[in-house]
Ligand binder design. Structure first.
Ligand SMILES: C[S@@+](CC[C@H](N)C(=O)[O-])C[C@H]1O[C@@H](n2cnc3c(N)ncnc32)[C@H](O)[C@@H]1O
Length: 385
């Protein structure tokens, strides 16, 4: 039996998530905020008309997105026929919202688009790709199904995902980690494991069976660094537009000006270097088809994820500017030339591409450094228009 067949059988036996489905939908599932995905994945574009949920399980993501995008066409696919049957049943019980098209389909099928359609404005794929052997084919399919201005969100394991250390540890106790078999013994071992972890680590021994079957046991794991995910996506013409962790990592680098060696770099290179210094256990990544370069700031848009406040006063021709984002829970302070303040105000005011960026006052190394930082923080994003 192939790894894919084992995975499919496992999800047919235990559709995901087995428990707490309603509560998960209510709290917004595991997706990052839609506002973030759209501001950085489709800067300056209208709300998505069409959405593909790739590997939907029982449909948590699809139901959450349905509430947020009541008018969009949503197609949700999974290769577990039982998961799709139960998702359809849940939808019928839910009633009035515009229906989601739940379909049985294999993401590795080169003819996937024939079933799903293509030209999706938003594709989400959370907790799926890390367990598929033919990652390249799935990425190729998703890239092919994305509209030119579309955003692809991937939630995937990082190189220090718990399973990286946990699985060999379980094997050392004679445990089968290719599929969930002796659950009682597994839970006892996990209690022992939990006892050795930091207090803030999520206790694994009490996780639902469907989680243990997929995220701990299973025939195939891609626990990859950001560099590996980025390189795999790059082969299909997808460019990294943002990562959920990059603003947090950059914020740490901003303390005491420890960032000067990093910059100016584009988002992907920045995120990759910082992931190497502090590897993520789980990546929330946003890709899009390459929008090309934004020389001298042309084509950059203010994303609206940050509010800006300019401090009063004119100390030696510079002004302090404060950026605050509620959605990211971050704030940062920058010094700008007084001449840059007016173009900044125009840009923030319109949230549109603006001649303000090509204003001469932004075309020096320090200004490029600030723009690069703002792009990494998610305050500005490059767009085609
Ligand atoms: C851990 S669950 C995640 C479900 C959902 N994305 C969520 O976060 O609630 C992984 C899902 O991916 C599906 N899956 C795995 N490989 C697949 C493939 N090749 N094609 C379609 N679905 C796949 C599984 O059947 C399972 O429902």
């Amino acid at each position: 039996m192939t790894a894919a067949e084992k995975t499919r059988q496992s999800y047919d036996r235990r559709p995901y998530p087995g428990e707490g489905l309603r509560a998960l939908i209510k709290q917004g599932g595991a997706l990052p905020p839609l506002e973030w995905m759209l501001a950085l994945g489709r800067p300056g574009q209208s709300q998505p008309r069409s959405v593909l949920v790739a590997g939907c399980g029982l449909g948590v993501e699809a139901f959450v997105l349905r509430k947020q995008l009541p008018e969009a066409e949503i197609v949700a696919v999974d290769f577990s026929a039982r998961s799709i049957a139960e998702a359809k049943r849940l939808q019928r019980a839910d009633g009035r919202a515009k229906p989601i098209r739940f379909l049985v389909a294999d993401l590795t099928d080169p003819a996937l688009a024939k079933k799903t359609g293509d030209d999706f404005d938003l594709i989400t794929c959370h907790g799926v790709l890390s367990y598929i052997q033919d990652t390249a084919q799935v990425l190729e399919n998703l890239a092919a199904n994305l509209s030119p201005d579309g955003a692809l969100y991937l939630g995937v394991n990082g190189e220090v995902h718990t399973s990286t250390r946990l699985r060999p540890w379980l094997v050392s106790f004679g445990c089968d980690v290719d599929e969930l078999s002796d659950e009682k013994r597994l839970r006892e071992l996990l209690k022992l494991w939990d006892s050795q972890q930091d207090s803030e680590a999520r206790p694994l021994a009490s996780m639902p069976t469907s989680y243990l079957a997929g995220d701990v046991c299973g025939p195939h794991f891609n626990n990859w660094s950001l560099a590996q995910w980025r390189s795999a996506a790059d082969k299909t013409g997808l460019e990294l537009a943002a990562t959920w962790l990059l603003p947090i990592a950059l914020r740490l680098a901003l303390e005491d000006d420890r960032n000067t060696l990093l910059l100016p770099w584009e988002v992907g290179a920045l995120a990759e270097r910082l992931d190497q210094a502090r590897p993520a256990g789980f990546h929330k990544l946003l890709f899009r088809k390459s929008p090309g370069t934004a020389e001298d700031g042309r084509g950059l848009k203010w994303t609206g994820l940050y509010r800006v406040r300019v401090a009063n006063g004119k100390s030696k021709g510079t002004r302090r500017v404060f950026l605050t984002s509620q959605i990211l829970g971050l704030n940062a302070e920058f010094k700008l030339q007084a001449t840059q303040i007016e173009p900044l105000r125009r840009l923030v005011g319109t949230q549109k591409g603006s001649a303000a960026w090509s204003d001469l006052s932004w075309q020096n190394d320090e200004a490029r450094r600030v723009l690069s930082l703002w792009e990494g923080l998610g305050a500005v994003a490059r767009s085609r228009s």
